[in-house]
Write a protein that binds this ligand. Structure first.
Ligand code: DAH
Length: 335
């Protein structure tokens, strides 16, 4: 057995050094090992023969690697700080200019730019929060069935990876109170990742993006809200749009509405095809009160909706799962 190991070391070293490594397979070393088989007791031949055969396979594989110029990558560490040089190596670090931001990041930036140009502050939404911000300060009573609609995950400690960006509303209101009382307004959007315990299919993901808007002043109206939203959608899609609303229930607004646009002909729409884009409404007095803003003096509106839906309509993407698939074929369409 010792002999097999010695032969392995010897031949592997010579395969590395030789210009015609394949000849080594026909040399005396391997032959000698096979010749030993005949001299062994019959019950020993099987195990021994198997080892010699494995050695032959290992040598053949080393020879093939050598012939195709493949180096043993394990011994050549990749220097991730090295500048890209196309001629330098076969390691293949991707030059940075071949990378790009994810389509959702790009589109989210686009959305935020539209709102900041209208005068809204932009605040990134948190990715871990608590019951009070997710529900309590948003006028969801304890044990109210509306909580069930949000399919929230919870950590063992009771924290919540937020299921909507509305989780930022209470913070925005508290932070803006002084400005409001000094005669100004609160105008902010919060954007980011949200999480729901959903079964994943073409229109549902457990992780997705939302953008939320909050506006408060002495005399905010529903009409202002509809104007703001129409402006946003027409800018984002670069064309005039028909809009409509219908009543909907969200505990944090009264009245609450669903806001829909008619699918534009340029985006494959036929007349009368309405797409629900987001939820919105006038901020419920209890939500203002929770942030110590007097609902008798100030009024506000808020809205919130998903980013993927916007982007899917814009580019005619039919399956939400493409976004997180990491498929280059999909991502390259956005280069
Ligand atoms: N947070 C709601 C959701 O994720 C959407 C929403 C509805 C946000 C109405 C709002 C609003 O700000 O006023 O389903």
């Amino acid at each position: 057995m010792q002999n097999i190991e010695d032969t392995r070391k010897d031949l592997l070293a010579r395969i590395e050094a030789s210009d015609s490594p394949r000849d080594l397979l026909k040399g005396p070393e391997l032959k000698q090992l096979f010749d030993v088989i005949k001299t062994l007791a019959p019950e020993e031949r099987g195990a021994y023969g198997k080892q010699v055969n494995e050695l032959r396979i290992a040598l053949e594989s080393a020879i093939s690697d050598r012939e195709s110029g493949v180096e043993d990558k394990a011994v050549e560490p990749i220097d991730v700080t090295a500048p890209w040089d196309v001629n330098a190596s076969n390691i293949g670090l991707l030059p940075t200019q071949q990378g790009t931001q994810h389509p959702l990041t790009l589109e989210l930036e686009n959305v935020i730019n539209i709102f900041t140009r209208m005068g809204f502050d932009a605040i990134e939404s948190r990715q871990i929060d608590d019951d009070d911000h997710m529900f309590g300060t948003l006028n969801f009573p304890e044990n109210h069935p509306a909580r069930d609609g949000y399919d929230t995950f919870r950590t063992e400690e009771g924290f919540i990876p937020p299921a909507h960006t509305s989780t930022m509303q209470h913070r925005i209101l508290k932070a803006g109170k002084a400005q409001l009382e000094a005669g100004g307004q609160i105008a902010a959007v919060s954007y980011g990742r949200v999480f729901r315990n959903e079964d994943v299919d073409a229109t549902h993901e457990h992780t997705f993006y939302q953008c939320e808007g909050v506006f408060v002043s002495r005399d905010a109206t529903l009409g202002q809200m509809l104007g703001t939203l129409r402006d946003f959608f027409e800018t984002y899609y670069g064309q005039k749009l028909k809009i409509k609303t219908q009543p909907a229930y969200f505990p944090f607004v009264e009245p609450g509405l669903e806001f829909a646009i008619e699918r534009p002909a340029a985006l494959g729409g036929k007349d009368g095809e309405w797409l629900e884009m987001l939820g919105c409404g006038m901020i419920h007095p209890n939500v203002l009160q929770a942030a110590d803003i007097d609902p008798a003096k100030y009024r506000g509106f808020a809205w919130g909706g998903g980013i993927e839906r916007l982007v899917m309509l814009k580019y005619g993407i039919e399956d939400l799962r493409h976004f997180e698939s990491g498929k280059l074929q999909f991502l390259r369409k956005f280069l």
